[in-house]
Design a binder for this molecule. Sequence first.
Ligand SMILES: [Zn+2]
Ligand SMILES: [Zn+2]
Length: 249
Amino acid sequence: MTPTARQSGLKSWLDAGLRFFYPDACQLCYSEPATASEGYVGARCWQSVRFIKPPFCECCGLPHEGEITTRFECANCREMDLHFQSARAAVVAGQLVLEVIHRYKYQRALWFEPFLADLLVRAARPALAKEHWDMIVPVPLHPLKKREREFNQAERLATRLGEATEVPVNTRELRRVEPTRTQTLLTREQRAANVRHAFAIRAGCQLQGRRVILVDDVLTTGATTSACARALRNAGAREVKVWTVARGL
Ligand SMILES: [Zn+2]
Ligand SMILES: [Zn+2]
């Protein structure tokens, strides 16, 4: 064995040992340092995160390539009958962010939460500070699904946003009354039909004149958040604005 080979062999053995004793490594590439407060996403992986900047669709926040000078509404919004006033997302749902969300949601990789919450807070806090909001409402899970998954990712992210903005989080009024099938493989029309009657407001609850921030992890066509917004507005909410961590393109 050459000295270099021996050295690199020793180095990888040492690295493995160090990772065992000091497991503060990025949980995406496993080859750079990252801490618990960073949600175990290292600086290099962070660089592939794309924050959404204007121009984007006025209604659903879909980023638009190139210059636009007039008010712009995308094809998705023209086809969907969306019930929220507007939706904004912190970042583009690229490969890295989607992997984090998937592992967080379905594999209980809760250590990613500070990373996801950080993305949401960085983008939403300055925007929310400009106006008065009465409450933050997370998209609810059906009780059966919540029992299965043990947590609602939207609720946890909403709580983080609530702490950062001091807007109270309300998890009591909006309920998911139908256990719907997953939206992933459905078309735009099927998604809307799948969730149309999935949400309801707790009986006797009054949201008259309230300005509500609705929070979810990802927005794709907006079918789920729109169905929530419809229920909230039917109960009297004056305005429903959606904030999500990521925006599917
Ligand atoms: Zn990394
Ligand atoms: Zn749009």
